[in-house]
Design a protein around this ligand. Structure first.
Ligand SMILES: O=C(CO)[C@H](O)[C@H](O)COP(=O)(O)O
Length: 226
């Protein structure tokens, strides 16, 4: 699948997900390019009269939602019925997220939702999660967390926008360590170990999160419950 085919698959997945949204739904608005397609499609439905509110998971999602005319709310004011979010890897109900560094707020909103619908292109589906795990850390905790990740068998790397730039700073003002652990066939233990490290805000292992997956294909969308 080349880049433009992937982009079309993402758009198809995002647009199909919005078909699951009914009047009165409070929608968790995920981050990334696939979720952005869903947010724009939801905006078109709102234009056509659909009555929903959105809870954005990032500055990016918020900007797109405002632009698309989706009324926004917060977790303080509403219960999220359905979250629509992207993923970097999908293995059954387990996800790896955080490619855009938004996984902390994504996990809060996705966990609060009654149901999580994951939208992605087919390259995201894998047998076993094996990409580096994004770990958002308070800036002061960067070195001790990196040391602890090494003790857990991982190889941490501070995320930078490019070689010349400084570190990527998350929407929450924190740093991100991308931590290579190799294949993670049973990520529950590692997820708990990472969560327990002082200074870790959130990591990108979303264990047992996906209720439904919309995978865009070359010409259609496959929808399944993992
Ligand atoms: O977790 C995320 C951001 O933190 C995204 O959902 C994930 O990176 C997928 O992005 P895309 O749909 O652009 O491939």
């Amino acid at each position: 699948m080349n880049q433009s085919e992937r982009e079309a698959a993402k758009r198809r997945a995002g647009e199909r997900a919005v078909e699951a949204v009914e009047d009165g739904t409070v929608v968790g608005l995920g981050s990334g390019s696939t979720a952005a397609h869903a947010i724009r499609a939801l905006g078109r439905e709102v234009d056509a009269g659909l009555d929903v509110e959105g809870v954005p998971t990032s500055f990016q999602a918020r900007e797109i939602a405002v632009d698309a005319g989706i009324p926004l709310t917060t977790l303080d004011e509403a219960d999220v019925t359905l979250a629509i979010d992207g993923a970097d890897q999908i293995a059954g109900r387990d996800l790896l997220k955080g490619g855009g560094g938004a996984h902390a707020r994504e996990k809060i909103v996705d966990a609060a939702a009654d149901r999580l619908l994951v939208v992605a292109d087919p390259t995201k589906e894998v047998d076993v999660l094996d990409d580096p795990v994004p770990v958002e850390v308070l800036p002061d905790a960067r070195t001790p967390v990196a040391d602890a990740v090494r003790r857990l068998g991982g190889r941490p790397e501070l995320r930078r926008a490019d070689r010349k730039s400084g570190p990527v700073v998350s929407d929450n003002g924190n740093l991100i360590l991308d931590c290579e652990f190799g294949a993670m066939p049973a990520p529950t233990g590692l997820a708990a170990d990472l969560s327990a490290l002082p200074g870790v805000v959130e990591h990108g292992l979303f264990v047992d999160f996906a209720d439904e997956v919309c995978l865009g294909t070359e010409s259609d969308v496959t929808v399944f419950e993992p």
